[in-house]
Write a protein that binds this ligand. Sequence first.
Ligand code: FES
Ligand code: FES
Length: 154
Amino acid sequence: MTLRFVLNGAKTELDAHPMARLLDVLREECALTGSKEGCGEGECGACTVLVNGEPVCSCIIPVAHVEGAAVLTIEGLGGDHPLQHHFMNEVGAQCGICTPGMIMAAMALGPAPTLEDVKTALAGNLCRCTGYAAIYRAVMKWRGLEAPPSMVAE
Ligand code: FES
Ligand code: FES
C-alpha cells in the first residue's frame, strides 16, 4: 500500500503493509530511531509520537491509520528544542529510553498547565530511572511554572 502523510513537516510517500506498526515504519523505513520500543504493547509510552497533535503509542498503531495525517516524532523537534534543554538541565533523563516519549507526550500539553496537568499528560509514560520529579520539573520549567519545593533539585 502506498501511504501519504506529513512526517515532521515534510510530505512523505512510502510503500508499507497497512498493518505494519507505525513504530516499525518510522524506525526501519524512515530511519527515525528516536522513538523507542519499551513494552511493544501500548503500556509504557516509550514509542509516543504525535498524530495530528495527539500523543499516540506508535507500537500499537497500524501505519494505515496515519494516511493523510501529520506525524511528529522527536526528530521533528530538531534537537535544540527548549524542552529538550530543560530535560538535560534538570537531569530528567538517565538511561534515556523513556525520554523521547516523555517529551512528545509533554508537547501535547494545553495552555497554562498545572502540575496535575503535567502528571496527567505523562501518566502513560513510564520511567524506571528518574523517579519522575526531575521530569515534571523539566516540563514545568519549560512552561514557566514554579516547581514545588519537593521537586527542587538538591
Ligand atoms: S513501546 Fe509502545 S507503549 Fe511501550
Ligand atoms: S530515564 Fe531510564 S526509563 Fe526513564
